[in-house]
Design a protein around this ligand. Sequence first.
Ligand code: C2O
Length: 342
Amino acid sequence: EPIMPPDLSKCHDATAPALDNHCCPPYSGSETILEYDFPATSLRVRRPAHLVKDDQEYMDKYKEAVRRMKNLPEDHPWNYYQQANIHCQYCNDAYYQQNTDDVPVQVHFSWIFLPWHRYYLHFYERILGKLIDDDTFTIPFWNWDTKDGMTFPAIFEEASSPLYDPKRDQRHVKDGAILDLKYAYTENTASDSELIRENLCFIQKTFKHSLSLAELFMGDPVRAGVKENQEANGQLEVIHNAAHMWVGEPDGYKENMGDFSTAARDSVFFCHHCNVDRMWDIYRNLRGNQVEFQDNDWLDSTFLFHDENEQLVKVKIRDCLNPTKLRYTFEQVPLPWLGNIN
Ligand code: C2O
């Protein structure tokens, strides 16, 4: 059976020490849930973070949107920290699946990882657009699969900006350190150019190895009532974890990016996931857009989100497979890992 959304009135303490185990939303299950009315806006183009940097008009809008989100009342479903808490709720055991009293809803370690995060970003992006009344607004992607995008994106570094977050590993986010896509709290001693090459080779290998079998790239099946298996994640999720660890603080609760419960409190989270989402889209295109899993347990898995009209809506995986339906796409940029790497 497909994974179904939890009963929102039954949110309980999470396993999230960095937040005193509290990340439930203030709203509850008394809201009406509607089918999501998919947008009919023109196609929005997501661009690379290292290139939007010099687009002053865009940057002003992006910062203003996040500023407004941060200024919303604390209990507003769009409030910046409420948006971040969504991640904690679905990753740190704040809900049990319906009809169980001990199987948490968990959106990592399986084939729902990519679709759930796609929707999460989609609603977040549209809410930001709505806050500044901009029908074209997109979040940028951290283009870590290309040389110029492999450092921490500078747009999140300016201390006075609403995009700034002090809870990061300062050794990595400053001074142009190169991201290590295999990072797991051990510093890679390779030279910059060698590390760039290692990263490109790693991405190339990941695609090559998993092109014929979606489980390898996206994660193994998970079905209703079954506890997640933390070994079942796909290779893209594994790569994605490295960037989380690399950005978050090296000690303590590894805030913000290094811990599920706090990761989305850093705006770079959405920028990082935007590239993860893009990697999935590229994978899909390379496979001639075939449906990754012809399995209704995947296709009918259902999630709940607040949309840009403050309406609580439900969405199914089958409706997010093509980003066009969500009215966004990615700027085409070179893929230096696709052919010969030099
Ligand atoms: Cu839900 Cu980057 O993790």
